[in-house]
Design a binder for this molecule. Structure first.
Ligand SMILES: Nc1ncnc2c1ncn2[C@@H]1O[C@H](COP(=O)(O)OP(=O)(O)OP(=O)(O)O)[C@@H](O)[C@H]1O
Ligand SMILES: [Mg+2]
Length: 403
């Protein structure tokens, strides 16, 4: 036995490796165990080491640690000979649970958990080192699978949540549209009811009015009543006013007969503009008309649309101070023909806007509050929708004709 072997014998003894209990323990522990002396010589390697690394031969000293190929599992860094925990333990370092991907001696890959610590004698001298390894390949694979499943689950939840949000948004939109439609329906029903009552009464009232008007005209022309001439004029114009209110009432009725044909909105506006111009001129206001070329024809009741335009223009002109301009504009947007009546008035007050289009809503001393209600009713019968944009600089009423 040479000196080195003798030394090993002494270390082995001081490590008590010969101890039968320790030997049995090393055999049955569920981890691989390496024991080396202070020179790095392998004293003990249990069978689990071979299970984990695969069979290897001819490695007797830790200086040959380069033959063990491993990579830090999280950083991917190659572990060189001196980086192994067992080698570092010979310098006094204790390491615990290092996760290392290894290339086994049979060429397969595995992942191990590696721990090591120095072995000290009574005087705290390092007389060797011990390392344990355990195979965590399956746990790592399961972990990876779990992460993948988690990712899939996360994506699935995100997708479903997104879908739910979409459905929710669609539902909210539908509810809003429904509420708007219900509102509109209620409004139209209201107008219709008023119109129907008016239709019944209107006929009965109009006939006697016409008779009275006729007699008044005769008396007006009679020389015997010359002194009363201005009074007859007032009476006739008051009767005309009553008559026009009845006409407005009648046009609220949905049952009203409509007389539709293909008509061009530009033509109606061109015909009406001298009349509107004259009305604006009396109160020192201007009219501007911008008509789109080649505007497509609409299937509408020409007379009703005339009334709608006049009502909107009257409102616009009445809302403005002198020298302001009312603009009539036709154009096409999203395939829809649009008539815009824009004024430079002070806008529609909020409390009026909330109830706009309801009959008898007026802020004018001599207003009936039927102008806009009539416009809504006409728009409804002629497949158009009325949108209002208003602020302190003016109001634009947009009449959008459906295709
Ligand atoms: N272009 C506008 N600018 C500002 N306010 C407006 C405009 N159009 C309508 N309004 C407001 O809406 C109310 C209702 O208008 P609507 O045309 O229905 O009735 P009116 O003009 O008061 O009376 P009339 O029956 O004689 O038309 C008006 O009294 C006014 O307060
Ligand atoms: Mg009006």
């Amino acid at each position: 036995m040479n000196i080195v072997e003798k030394e090993a014998q002494i270390v082995k003894k001081s490590l008590n490796v010969d101890n039968t209990i320790l030997k049995a323990l090393i055999k049955c522990l569920p981890v691989g165990i390496f024991i080396i002396d202070s020179n790095g010589k392998l004293l003990e390697v249990n069978s689990l080491v071979y299970n984990i690394w695969g069979e290897f031969q001819g490695i007797e000293n830790i200086q040959q640690a380069d033959k063990f190929q491993g990579w830090n599992s999280s950083s991917g860094e190659l572990i060189c000979g001196n980086d192994w925990a067992l080698v570092r333990a010979l310098h006094g370092e204790i390491s615990y649970g290092e996760v290392i991907d290894i290339l086994r001696f049979d060429g397969r890959k595995a992942t191990i958990l590696n721990s090591a610590a120095p072995i000290l004698d009574d005087k705290n001298n390092i007389i060797g080192a011990v390392a344990t390894i355990s195979d965590i390949t399956k746990i790592r694979d399961l972990e990876k699978e779990l992460i993948q499943h988690k990712e899939i689950l996360k994506n699935l939840i995100e997708m479903k949540t997104h879908k739910l949000i979409n459905i929710n948004e669609k539902l909210s939109r539908k509810i809003t549209i429904n509420e708007q439609l219900t509102d509109k329906l209620r409004h139209m029903e209201q107008l219709n009811l008023i119109g129907q009552v008016a239709a019944g009464l209107g006929h009965e009232i109009r006939n006697p009015l016409t008779t009275v008007r006729g007699f008044l005209q005769i008396f007006q022309e009679d020389n015997n009543f010359q002194n009363y001439h201005p009074i007859f004029s007032t009476m006739i114009s008051e009767l005309d006013r009553a008559n026009s209110i009845i006409s407005e009432f009648l046009s609220l009725a949905r049952v009203k007969e409509v007389n539709k044909a293909m008509v061009n909105l530009n033509e109606i506006l061109s015909e009406l503009s001298p009349l509107i111009q004259a009305h604006a001129h009396i109160t020192s206001k201007n009219l501007e008309v911008i008509l789109e070329d080649n505007l497509k024809d609409l299937y509408i009741d020409e007379n009703e649309i005339r009334q709608l335009i006049l009502n909107l223009c009257n409102n616009g002109i009445e809302a403005m101070g002198p020298n302001k301009t009312i603009t009539l504009h036709t154009y096409t947007e999203n395939n829809q023909v649009i008539l815009k009546v824009k004024d430079e008035g002070s806008g529609i007050p909020k409390n009026i806007l909330d109830n706009i289009g309801k009959p008898f809503l007026t802020t004018k001393e001599n207003g009936t509050g039927l102008g806009l209600a009539t416009c809504f009713s006409i728009a409804d019968r002629n497949n158009a929708q009325i949108n209002i944009e208003t602020n302190s600089l003016g109001t634009s009423i947009l009449v959008c004709f459906e295709e």
